[in-house]
Ligand binder design. Structure first.
Ligand code: ADP
Ligand code: MG
Length: 322
């Protein structure tokens, strides 16, 4: 059972209404309350309850795992190098799978550069800090540049004298432009299918990038009245991403802008967009800022297992370096 239409009591018209209201997957319906479905799909309370029950059964949203199951899953956690030893150490040895890493910072702080580098490095063999994986990129700002990937691949030659070829790397990066927030949500769902189809191949998907995760939401939901709606959609999107991370043993790398907070007189006058929803879902939050020349400073904020701290790295033509 994959489509909303497969649920008993959901015809094409109801499915359409559900999708328009943001209930785009069976999982989303499964965790909805009857009241929400009544409002979204104009069905009766009893029908709503029946639909939710069927969705719960179909979605296998499980719920509980035993501690040893969690431990088994955690054993599979892999780490991807950033290309900078300093940055890797800050994160406890690289960026890990089964986690969401949020990079936030001002325009030009290097978020997209880090994302490009990870899309290259995830493909490296383990002895060079990769996972032999492939990457999916949901590009909301039209900043993916294959030419930049090529530069970074050529840059690998200085690290290991194999004949690295850009075309081999570009083949394992699957990119889609997202034109608005609903499209972005749908692409995250298609990413799940793509990852499933690559799961048994030589290069399973180990990295999903959403660059930027908040830009569309920020642009489309303006004003206080729509804030709750925005947070609800963003929250659902982030939970889709977390599920992707768990099911595929993948790293989710999302970028986020900072907004100026004009009412802040002390400290850093910037705050990540997305508020608390993103704050509580991201497993690692990294604040990037520019320093002298090509230097960048990464600050680890709110990590579950690593102390807060800072690392300096460089963005060079060859890619991220110390
Ligand atoms: P953000 O996504 O945070 O807005 P970017 O990741 O796009 O910022 O960073 C852009 C910066 O990255 C540029 O200002 C430049 O300093 C650096 N950069 C981009 N391309 C290259 C390159 N080919 N060689 C060296 N540095 C680069
Ligand atoms: Mg960018």
């Amino acid at each position: 059972m994959k489509l909303l239409e497969d649920l008993p009591g959901v015809g094409p018209a109801t499915a359409e209404k559900l999708r328009e209201a943001g209930f785009t997957t069976i999982e989303a319906v499964a965790v909805a309350s009857p009241g929400e479905l009544v409002a979204a799909a104009e069905v009766g309370e009893a029908t709503a309850a029946k639909i939710i029950a069927a969705a719960r059964e179909a979605a296998d949203i499980g719920g509980f795992e035993t501690g040893d199951q969690v431990l088994e899953r955690r054993k599979l956690v892999g780490k991807i190098t950033t290309g900078s030893r300093n940055f890797d150490e800050l994160l406890g040895g690289g960026m890990e799978t089964q986690a969401i890493v949020e990079l936030y910072g001002e325009f030009g702080s290097g978020k997209t550069q880090v994302a490009h580098q990870l899309a290259v490095n995830v493909q490296l063999p383990p002895e060079l800090g990769g996972l032999n994986g492939s990457a999916i990129i949901i590009d909301t700002e039209n900043t993916f540049r294959p030419e930049r990937i090529s530069q970074m691949v050529m840059g690998l030659r200085a690290i290991d004298d194999r004949e690295w070829r850009p075309e081999d790397f570009l083949k394992n990066i699957h990119v889609a432009r997202a034109y608005n927030s609903n499209h972005q949500i749908l692409l995250a769902e298609s990413a799940m299918e793509l990852a499933e189809s690559l799961r048994e191949t030589e290069h399973p998907v180990r990295l999903l990038i959403v660059d930027s995760v908040t830009a569309h939401f920020r642009a489309e939901y303006v004003g206080r009245g729509t804030l709750a709606d925005r947070q609800q959609k963003l929250n659902k999107h982030l939970h889709d991403l977390m599920r992707f991370a768990d099911l595929n043993n993948a790293l989710i790398l999302v970028t986020n802008q900072v907004m100026a907070k004009p009412d802040t007189f002390f400290g850093d006058p910037t705050k990540p967009v997305g508020g608390h929803v993103l704050g509580h879902t991201a497993t690692f939050r990294v604040y990037l800022r520019k320093s002298k020349g090509d230097k960048r400073i990464a600050r680890l904020v709110d990590s579950p297992s690593m102390p807060d701290g800072e690392a300096v790295f460089s963005v060079t033509m060859e890619g991220l370096r110390d």
